[in-house]
Design a protein around this ligand. Structure first.
Ligand code: ADP
Length: 177
């Protein structure tokens, strides 16, 4: 890479990631704080292909990533198997499930459908590097963090839009060599 070309685009991951400043916050799952009903509501109220899982809303510490499809199928299956899973059942993405109070329904353990090491970059990563990583690793999405806190997400489609924008502005860009 030529130094001049390498620095011709200063766009950073934070400039491309969602949510934008005016958007509603990222839709995340917490690793042990949600019920089946909470998650079903999130699935019906959004159209995202996947959801990051965090330790808690306060910490925003990333635990993994779950595909919407896998979440939907797992909850449907659990409800149909009639093993006591109901709307108020707690969902756990943790390794260990604490004993539930005697009066509460059995928990639904979903750690198995979670990608435990989703690809992440920091918000200060240059977009030409992010684009390169998407291409080389064939990523569908990448999560953006700052000091270990989850900030946002960039999907393959976000990347394609970004690349198209640059192509319009600068057809000779390094991205197209
Ligand atoms: P695609 O980008 O292929 O349409 P999605 O439907 O998952 O994939 O995402 C739509 C838009 O919403 C993208 O701009 C993406 O960055 C953003 N997004 C994806 N997942 C989430 C999420 N869990 N919370 C908030 N925004 C998201």
């Amino acid at each position: 890479l030529e130094a001049k070309e390498e620095f011709s685009h200063k766009t950073l991951a934070m400039d491309v990631m969602r949510p934008r400043r005016s958007d509603p916050p990222l839709s995340v799952l917490t690793q042990d704080g949600m019920t089946v009903e909470d998650v079903e509501t999130m699935i019906t109220e959004t159209t995202y292909s996947g959801f990051p899982v965090v330790v808690s809303h306060e910490s925003q510490r990333l635990v993994g990533f779950v595909l919407r499809r896998d979440l939907t199928i797992s909850i449907e299956n659990a409800r149909q198997r009639q093993d006591g899973i109901v709307s108020t059942s707690r969902i756990f993405f943790t390794e260990y499930t604490p004993p539930q109070p005697p009066s509460s329904p059995p928990p639904l353990k979903l750690r198995g459908i979670m990608d435990l090491s989703p690809f992440t970059v920091t918000d200060h990563t240059a977009m030409d590097i992010v684009v390169d990583i998407f291409r080389k690793l064939g990523l569908r999405q990448c999560l953006i963090t700052h000091n270990g806190r989850l900030l946002g997400i960039i999907t393959k489609k976000d990347i394609l839009k970004h690349v198209a924008q640059i192509a319009k502005r600068d057809p000779d860009s390094i991205l197209f060599n």
